[in-house]
Design a protein around this ligand. Structure first.
Ligand code: PLP
Length: 362
């Protein structure tokens, strides 16, 4: 049996005809940038997340850069970032001229806590980039209380958490703003790059839109209110996302069921979300000793796996800075991401689980 890490083809089959129609439509109208398809997706995405505004941008990294810039975060400021996240969380902070300060995580869910955040806090700390890694929402209450107490902004990096829930509220509805990526492999993925910023604050949404569109404010094409960049979601990607959005909850639920099957076999190994969180299960991560050997054994059995992430951000050559993150450092060599996709079969789950427990027995 062969088990891929994910299967985007199976997810795209039901929307393929609709997207090809859209390609034909756009070929006819040449309305490639902006327009109705982008506006329709932005409204649908805001409504889905339970917020007032969504602004489509070119990718998830830009969503973070633009949000922080629109909030006035820049040179001289520090932003708290978990040590175990995808590098883009940190690189986006750096791109604003601010400094990412890497903080540790708790040993169970691998998420920041008020204590780990406090250990990284200084006079210069301006914001927390709250990353819902693997699709697991970080329970917002304690983090928001900590942020209020120290006058910090909370921006969610929800690039892995489309549709995740906590107490009936979606990822993206907790911070002053939230940033999504629609990279093809994300829970909601485009047929190319894409991203969005969501927020309840109309002025913040407007400023992100201005910064993302060459600093244009209002309808005047060649009047530029501030120095912006070009970071827009295009009509084709917006159309793909609109076609896929109605299927997102079903896909997430299917993955949740598949995780239940895995849980029966692999119980305590899985990095679980906190109680009360319905994860989007972007990734199913287990912790195993001798990870690289286990991974090689699964590879021999034609099981594709991943590692998210092998090197904590502060130890990446690009940063190589000191950080107090012993838990993130100890976890990194043990992390192994198993195949997980909506159309995965019970037989595939059993095959992967048996191969993993076999490899662990040695
Ligand atoms: C994917 C991802 C990003 C960046 O999104 P891109 O669209 O690839 O720029 C940022 N943060 C996290 C946690 C991600 O997984």
């Amino acid at each position: 049996m062969k088990v891929p890490f994910m299967d985007l083809g199976a997810m795209h089959a039901p929307i393929e005809a609709q997207v090809l129609d859209l390609v034909r439509e756009l070929a006819g109208t040449s309305a490639f940038i902006g327009g109705r398809h982008v506006a329709e997706f932005e409204s649908a995405w805001a409504a889905y997340c339970g917020v007032e505004h969504a602004v489509g941008v070119a990718n998830g990294t830009d969503a973070i850069v633009l949000t922080l810039r629109a909030l006035g975060v820049g040179p001289g400021d520090e932003v708290l970032v978990p040590a175990n996240t995808f590098i883009a969380s940190a690189a986006a902070v750096s791109a604003t001229g601010a400094t990412p300060v890497f903080v540790d995580v708790d040993p169970v869910h691998l998420q920041v806590t008020p204590d780990t955040l406090d250990a990284g806090r200084t006079e210069r700390t301006k914001a927390i980039l709250l990353v819902h890694l693997y699709g697991h929402i970080v329970v917002p209450g304690p983090i928001l209380a900590f942020a209020r107490a120290h006058d910090l902004l909370v921006v969610e990096d929800a690039a892995q958490a489309h549709g995740a829930l906590w107490e009936g509220r979606r990822a993206g509805s907790f911070g002053v703003a939230a940033c999504f990526s629609f990279y093809p492999g994300k829970n909601l993925g485009a047929w190319g790059d894409g991203g969005a910023v969501v927020t309840d604050d109309p002025a913040l949404a407007a400023r992100v839109r201005t910064l993302a569109n060459h600093g244009r404010a209002g309808g005047d094409h060649y009047r530029h209110a501030e120095i912006g960049i070009n970071s827009r979601l295009d009509a084709l990607q917006a159309g793909v996302l609109s076609a896929k959005l109605p299927l997102l909850d079903g896909w997430n639920a299917q993955k949740d069921d598949i995780v239940d099957l895995y849980r029966n076999k692999l119980g305590g190994m899985i990095v679980e979300p906190p109680d009360g969180v319905t994860s989007a299960w972007h990734l199913l991560v287990v912790r195993v000793a001798d990870r690289d050997a286990v991974r090689a054994e699964l590879d021999r059995k034609e099981i594709q796996t991943g590692v998210h992430y092998p090197i904590p951000c502060h130890q990446q050559p690009a940063y190589n800075v000191a950080a107090l993150a012993p838990i993130a450092e100890a976890a990194a060599p043990e992390l192994l991401s198993l195949p997980l996709f909506p159309t995965m079969t019970e037989a595939q789950v059993e095959y992967v689980s048996a191969a993993l427990t076999g490899a662990l027995r040695g």
